[in-house]
Design a protein around this ligand. Structure first.
Ligand code: GLN
Ligand code: ZN
Length: 775
């Protein structure tokens, strides 16, 4: 082991997609066969070099391991799994002759191919980033299977930079894994820790040999209370893991990083006592922990700069927290980010359209690196040495508090005057009888909202944005599109129609663009998964609705048909979850402001003759806090905001909601509390279970468990859909069941969409007849 001292400041990770999404372009070109492996590796190496230079220019030392290497072709969890050889059996034949896992196998595990399902994808803690879920069983044979990390260390060395490789740690890798299909019932991947650790030891030795002085092992599992393993079991695993890894002679110094919240008390004690050299803590969310034995020889990296949001924030308060960390008596304290910066865009200086005043309140990744560098200087020379920077940040914060729009004189009194009545609709029975006017059959058929976003639609939107189509031309284009979608649905015989959402680039950004209090970036891309990125809007001020948003489109669609057309809105929780949200007031207050804007939109939709309104909340589950103690409060404000948005609707208006996941059981009480008349949910991965969960929960409202998986181009047959419906109507009262796909159709093509919806309508009709005959 080296006795290298840790630098005074670092970041836990940096965006890897490139300022212009260079990696996305290259990877997708490679997948399409337009860029060979060598070309792809070249783009990746260039990007890594540019990143190192950028980070050095922003103030991280090139010689002292302050610069992390968090490059990934797809996902950091897959990187770790592939490195230790933990790909499931179905990818075995893609290994090289020497058993190593080449990039082609890595991509196949991520994306699947004709014969093989990819690894499942799920949310990384409570972020919008998705990782690939490792599959580990008793049969998994761990072995060092890739030298990619080592090659990247050597590449940086050759370029004059001592990087700190960043690898998902052994406890988190296993804690996030699921059992392979071959594993016996109840198998726990964490039970394989002892066999996995020798491979991590070998990996550390390889890092050392390649020239790494420090390595960062990410262990965010140690902050979560939402994993199958308990915090105590995770802490015990960490104690065992780092006793063994720390004990190796031939290794770089080890930093264990635990972002995304407060370490459990057990895990904190385990890491403090472990024979490792440094621990990184999320002080932004977690706060300074209690003193613990074993800190005297260690460096503590105080994650005081928020890695997940875009605010410049309170640098002086960050300094205070670092100072408090020093009181714990560790060997040294360094400044850091609370998490990797992969959750924020690259550079706010790259946003020419944003108001300069707003820009002065923001910090994207590059600005956060500078903040860390400033705090590091402070640690070295004392507070006086950075007094100007701290004062400038405080001044920007004060300016933000006082700026027009941040506190809007019209919005606040309205929110303050709300009473419990504003959150409740008429009794369910009253609504049900009023909604009989809709004249819907049993097993009503509908879709989730969007129809395929064709190349034509995207091209027209881009042309309109460039000014090549006039507003009137673009409007006409969208109307034609709506007419086609309405005609198609009538021909298919669907019961509740939609306008198709052709006017929306994105279900959140569209509303952000049309509400006051939001700003939209030009280059603010953030990786969502693999090569996909989203561009979250910035919710910076009090939210209000200057004018109706969706009413014109919905009313036009309704004018074309006698069937009911569903109005389509994105709910307050999802709008918050998929934006960068102001951090100067509780989320619940912000959610209520969004809810009030939606409430007005619903009133206008009703006035325009819309009788069914869907408020999508696909993010309700994903925003659920990791700590169980925080969950009740979250559910209270999130459910409250949905109710505030919808409770103004008259009893005859049927309120729908849509949720994009099948872990129905986890939040079933909250879903029931939303008090929607109809809830459509995804059921693709576990058809039967979802229906069983609905039944056992006693959920009493309309419910549409998806019967058509829109994540794949496969067309489900009439028999298959009818089978699912038969099962639904035997387990649930028939009056409760709706027939719909899993989610919106925007990513699908028309051919498979039409074929699938034909089958969906035929299946609904067939089952209706069977039921009528029996009755
Ligand atoms: N109404 C949206 C659509 O159909 C819902 C999308 C979602 O749930 N993510 O596209
Ligand atoms: Zn969905």
């Amino acid at each position: 082991m080296t006795d290298a001292t840790f630098p005074a400041g670092t970041i836990l990770g940096y965006p890897r997609i490139g300022p212009r999404r260079e990696l996305k372009r290259a990877v997708e070109a490679h997948w399409a066969g337009d860029l060979d492996l060598e070309g792809l590796e070249q783009v990746a190496a260039d990007l890594r070099r540019r990143t190192r230079r950028r980070l050095a220019a922003l103030g991280l030392g090139a010689g002292d391991s302050a610069i992390p290497d968090t490059f990934s072709f797809y996902d950091q969890v897959l990187d770790a799994a592939a490195t230790v050889g933990a790909l499931p059996q179905r990818f075995a034949d893609l290994r090289a002759a020497d058993g190593t896992i080449p990039l082609t196998a890595y991509f196949t595990a991520a994306r699947g191919d004709r014969e093989r399902a990819p690894l499942e994808m799920t949310k990384w803690f409570d972020t919008n980033y998705h990782y690939l879920v490792p599959e580990i069983g008793p049969e998994t044979r761990f072995a060092l299977s890739s030298d990619r990390f080592a090659r990247q260390v050597a590449e940086a060395r050759a370029d004059g930079v001592v990087v700190r490789p960043v690898i998902v740690g052994p406890v988190t890798l296993l804690a996030l894994a699921k059992a392979t299909d071959a594993a016996p019932e109840g198998f726990d991947p964490l039970s394989r820790l002892d066999e996995l650790l020798p491979v991590y030891r070998a990996l550390l030795a390889a890092m050392r040999a390649a020239g790494a002085e420090w390595v960062q092992l990410d262990e965010p599992a140690l902050v979560s209370e939402s994993l199958p393993a308990s915090p105590a079991a995770l802490a015990e695993a960490a104690a065992r893991a780092y006793a063994l890894l720390g004990d190796a002679a031939d290794r770089p110094a080890v930093l264990v990083a635990a972002g995304y919240g407060r370490l459990s008390a057990e895990a904190w004690r385990a890491l403090a006592a472990a024979p490792i050299e440094a621990v990184a803590l999320d002080l932004h969310r977690g706060g300074v922990p209690e003193p613990a034995p074993g800190l005297d020889g260690k460096t503590l990296v105080g994650g005081v700069i928020d890695g997940r949001n875009v605010w410049r924030g309170d640098l002086a308060a960050a300094w205070e927290r670092l100072d408090a960390l020093r009181a714990l008596g560790a060997r040294a304290v360094a400044a850091g980010t609370s998490t990797s910066l992969q959750h924020v865009p690259h550079d706010v200086a790259d946003e020419p359209d944003l108001d300069p005043r707003l820009v002065s309140w923001l910090a994207f990744a590059d600005q956060k690196v500078q903040q860390v560098a400033t705090l590091a200087t402070g640690l070295q020379v004392g507070r006086e040495g950075i007094a100007d920077e701290l004062a400038a940040a405080s001044a920007a914060l004060a300016d933000r508090h006082a700026a027009p729009g941040v506190r809007d004189g019209a919005v606040r009194p309205r929110a303050a005057a709300l009473s419990p009545d504003d959150y409740s609709r008429a009794a369910a029975a009253t609504r049900e009888s009023a909604q009989r006017e809709l004249g819907l059959p049993v097993l009503p058929t509908t879709t989730i909202g969007s129809f395929p976003q064709t190349g034509d639609i995207r091209r027209a939107r881009a042309a309109a944005a460039r000014g090549e189509l006039t507003a009137a031309q673009y409007d006409g284009f969208l109307r034609d599109e709506i007419r086609r979608v309405i005609e198609l649905q009538e021909r298919l015989g669907l019961d509740v129609l939609v306008h198709g959402e052709a006017e929306r680039n994105d279900m959140v950004q569209y509303f952000a663009e049309n509400l006051d209090g939001f700003a939209v970036t030009r280059n603010g891309w953030v990786q969502s998964y693999g090569s996909r990125a989203t561009r979250p809007s910035i919710l910076w001020g009090d939210v209000s609705r200057p004018a109706p948003i969706t009413v014109g489109w919905s009313a036009y669609a309704q004018s074309l048909t006698a069937a009911p057309v569903k109005g389509m809105l994105t709910g307050p929780v999802t709008i918050l979850a998929w934006s960068f949200v102001r951090d100067d007031q509780p989320l619940g207050e912000t959610a209520d402001q969004v809810a009030l804007a939606l409430r007005d939109e619903i009133a206008d939709l009703e006035a325009a003759g819309i009788r069914i309104i869907q408020v999508d909340e696909p993010a309700l589950r994903e925003l659920l806090p990791l700590k169980s103690a925080d969950q009740p409060h979250y559910l209270e404000w999130s459910v409250g905001a949905f109710r505030l948005a919808t409770a103004g609707a008259v009893p005859a208006t049927q309120v729908h909601t849509h949720l994009c996941y099948s872990e129905f059981a986890v939040v079933i009480d909250a879903i029931a509390a939303l008090d929607a008349d109809v809830t459509s949910i995804e059921a693709a991965r576990s058809r039967g279970e979802v229906i069983g969960d609905i039944r056992s929960s006693g959920f009493a409202r309309g419910v549409g468990p998806g019967v058509y998986d829109i994540h794949s181009p496969r067309v489900p047959s009439v028999d298959e859909i009818a089978g699912l419906l038969r099962r639904a109507v035997t387990e649930l009262p028939i009056g409760q069941v709706w027939v719909n796909p899993d989610c919106g159709l925007k990513t699908r093509g028309y051919a498979e969409t039409v074929a699938s919806l034909e089958n969906l309508v035929s299946a609904a009709r067939a089952v209706r007849e069977e039921v009528a005959v029996r009755a």
